[in-house]
Design a protein around this ligand. Sequence first.
Ligand SMILES: Nc1nc2c(c(=O)[nH]1)N[C@H]1C(S)=C(S)[C@@H](COP(=O)(O)O)O[C@H]1N2
Ligand SMILES: [Mo]
Length: 199
Amino acid sequence: MPGKFFQKPWKELAERVPPGQHLTKGFPVLTYGDTPQVSRDTWQFRVWGLVKENKTFTWNDFMAMPQTDFTADFHCVTTWSKLDVQWTGVRVVDFIRHLDVDPRAMHVMEHCYGGYTTNLSMDDFLREENFFAHTLFGEPLPPDHGGPMRLVVPHLYAWKSAKWINGLEFLDHMELGFWERNGYHHRGEPWAEERYSVL
Ligand SMILES: Nc1nc2c(c(=O)[nH]1)N[C@H]1C(S)=C(S)[C@@H](COP(=O)(O)O)O[C@H]1N2
Ligand SMILES: [Mo]
């Protein structure tokens, strides 16, 4: 009776798919506009706003930080989900030790090559499972998927996982990023189906 063996894992997978989402084969690319071409050598990462000192980090700076492997589910608001994506990178909680963030900072804006932005609350940003990813399934992160470096925020819709990330701006108030100004929810929690703006 195959059901006996297949039903339970199948059910476990189904339970990981948020409402209104379906599983996709492969790994679709979802980009607004062109793919920036940025090499690891020229990549730079800037931090400004409510930090004691503005800082610029290079590729080598990130490579010198602890490197961690991750497996995470990925949910795009256009209704596809991909389970068990394997990444390697630097956890946000390990990166943040290199900054002196002002306690008044409550929000952060992610900035990218190409001009894309997306906003997070500090609580959503500083989670253990968030990370800067440079490797996807054991290979250098391809440009289409945000290489050389992207942020991955597994607990929110994937538009929060900024590709070609090149900076963070710490803020004492919420500002809206690109999709958030264009009708998407300011937070984007997939289990609550926070797809569209309620403001
Ligand atoms: N810089 C940038 N980051 C971005 C986007 C984008 O257009 N530009 N698209 C977002 C959206 S809507 C999704 S679903 C994911 C898609 O990531 P993928 O192309 O690796 O699947 O990237 C997010 N990060
Ligand atoms: Mo998306």
